[in-house]
Design a protein around this ligand. Structure first.
Ligand code: HPA
Length: 234
């Protein structure tokens, strides 16, 4: 047990998928894993461990934003020995060629600040995905025929942004989408010598204002979970 995870030692697999929403963790575990068992419910941040094609995997909610994800990722890495951490989440589209329902595989994650900013001081560190996981996810997405984009994303600290000029600069520099967690996950994985990747479904679009109807979210989210599971065990 750690401060925020009630699982016993050994209850958590070396491969962990991390949706922001704990109910998504339950849905993904019930839908895609065999023998899924609840291993954490501290603060309602549900986590489940089961198997996928015979491989042990944990799906643990991260909460929203980098400070929350940082707590769970730190404890998963340092206390439970997680080796591969894949965020599965949603993002806002920032390019006209990126449509709602598309999947984004994040090569890098730009930030203004993250919980790790304090240790970098004057350095603008570039949080980067693990290449093997990224390549395996691209292969899995192509095999499924999912409309997929690979490139940079923006990990913001705010959902309700008050600075449209920042979004404009991100779009101008080719950033595909905005979410709130990946940069800290990539930074922690690098610091501890683990593998990390973020796979995101475009749930809304900053330029068009389009948003995915809630009944569509399950299907598109499912494609992303399958891509993550295939990538983890390739
Ligand atoms: N902004 C930040 N995070 C998000 C968004 C967004 O528009 N959509 C989904 N996650």
């Amino acid at each position: 047990m750690t401060v925020h995870i009630g699982a016993a030692p050994g209850d958590i697999a070396e491969t962990v998928l991390m949706p922001g929403d704990p109910y998504r963790a339950r849905w993904a575990a019930e839908t895609f894993l065999q023998d899924a068992k609840l291993i954490n419910e501290v603060r309602g941040m549900l986590g489940f461990t089961g198997t996928y094609k015979g491989n042990r995997v944990t799906i643990q909610g991260s909460g929203m934003g980098m400070p929350s994800l940082s707590i769970y990722a730190n404890e998963l890495i340092s206390e439970y020995g997680a080796q591969t951490l894949i965020r599965i989440g949603s993002c806002g589209g920032m390019q006209s060629h990126v449509a709602v329902r598309d999947v984004i595989i994040a090569m890098s994650a730009t930030t203004i600040t993250s919980p790790s900013s304090g240790i970098f001081k004057e350095i603008n560190y570039a949080p980067t995905a693990n290449y093997d996981l990224l390549a395996a996810a691209v292969t899995a997405a192509k095999a499924k025929g999912t409309r997929t984009h690979v490139g940079g994303i923006y990990s913001s600290d705010v959902f309700y942004a008050e600075r449209p000029d920042l979004d404009e600069q991100m779009t101008r520099h080719g950033i595909l989408g905005v979410e709130m967690e990946a940069a800290e996950l990539y930074t922690l994985a690098a610091r501890h010598g683990r593998r990390a990747l973020a796979i995101l479904t475009v749930s809304d679009h900053l330029q068009t204002g389009e948003a995915l109807p809630s009944e569509d979210r399950e299907k598109t989210f499912g494609d992303m979970v399958e891509i993550a599971l295939e990538a983890a065990f390739t």
